[in-house]
Design a protein around this ligand. Structure first.
Ligand code: OAD
Length: 248
């Protein structure tokens, strides 16, 4: 595919690149997005029944089982050529950071070294009372669902993901804010840009003078303001970028 020449020129001269990713980044690995009309998880399930602290308090087993299904599905998928392209591209810059809303760990699996998770990681569990991390070895094969927490007598294991109404891990979000305010190029890939505060990051990059490009087959509100809107999938756009990027 043909990329905007201006984007390649901006990348060519950039020192610091920030990549922001959402569920669309993992779509071509087979992980469903949340808001796509047909396949999106929130077209089939209500977030308030599954992704809130209230839902977990009301029906912990139902919520735990749903996340177990997603964990099982995610443990079988692999990073795609777009994830690999990002890991490869990183080698050419002084700083190349990935900030993701995804909880599947696919960037790390593809070899990206500098990854900040804003919404947690579905493969980890934490105590519902203390928030302390629970070693998977302690709960694997538990017949009780959710397993009891080793950290608190009334605690239960819950997925280490951020639910609606919960704050993002503060340190990670502050780090992401710093990166957005200080990058030369920002690529926003596969996110509807609807969930705050993550959605604010590309706008912060834009206001701080970065060249911003959106990669998404469907335009979002960022697309109208970004310098470049690439209407294609993550795999097509990122393999094209890595293929057309010239070193030196
Ligand atoms: P969404 O499901 O809201 O948006 C996914 C975006 O990816 C859409 O804009 C699609 O057009 C785009 N897309 C689909 N396939 C693509 C592809 N192959 N390549 C590139 N883009 C593609 O997902 P997010 O924006 O990530 O929160 O949603 C944000 C948060 O809402 C999630 O992290 C999750 C959810 O509730 C938590 O779980 C805390």
């Amino acid at each position: 595919m043909e990329l905007p020449a201006g984007l390649l020129i901006a990348l060519q001269s950039a020192n610091k690149v920030l990549v922001l990713t959402g569920a669309g980044m993992s779509a071509e690995s087979g992980v469903p997005t949340f808001r796509d009309a047909q396949q999106g998880l929130w077209s089939k399930y209500k977030p308030e029944d599954l992704a809130t602290p209230e839902a977990f308090r009301k029906n912990p087993q139902f919520v735990w089982d749903w996340y177990e299904q997603r964990r099982s599905m995610i443990s079988k998928v692999l990073p795609h050529a777009g994830h690999t392209a990002l890991a490869e591209l990183a080698r050419h810059f002084k700083a190349f950071s990935v900030v993701t809303q995804n909880v599947d760990g696919l960037h790390q699996l593809a070899g990206s070294m500098d990854v900040t998770e804003l919404h947690g990681n579905i493969m980890r569990s934490v105590c519902s009372r203390t928030g302390k991390w629970i070693d998977n070895e302690l709960i694997i094969g538990s017949t009780v669902r959710p397993p009891v927490s080793p950290h608190h007598p009334q605690g239960l294991a819950r997925p280490d993901v951020v639910w609606f109404g919960e704050a993002l891990p503060e340190q990670n979000f502050n780090h992401a804010t710093g990166l957005a305010g200080d990058c030369d190029v920002c690529l926003s890939i596969g996110t509807s840009n609807l969930v705050q505060p993550a959605a604010s990051l590309p706008f912060l990059a834009l206001n701080s003078g970065a060249v911003v490009a959106e990669i998404n087959p469907i335009p979002t509100r960022l697309g109208q303001l970004a310098h470049f809107s690439i209407r294609s999938t993550a795999v097509d756009a990122l393999t094209a970028i890595v293929g057309q990027f010239r070193v030196g």
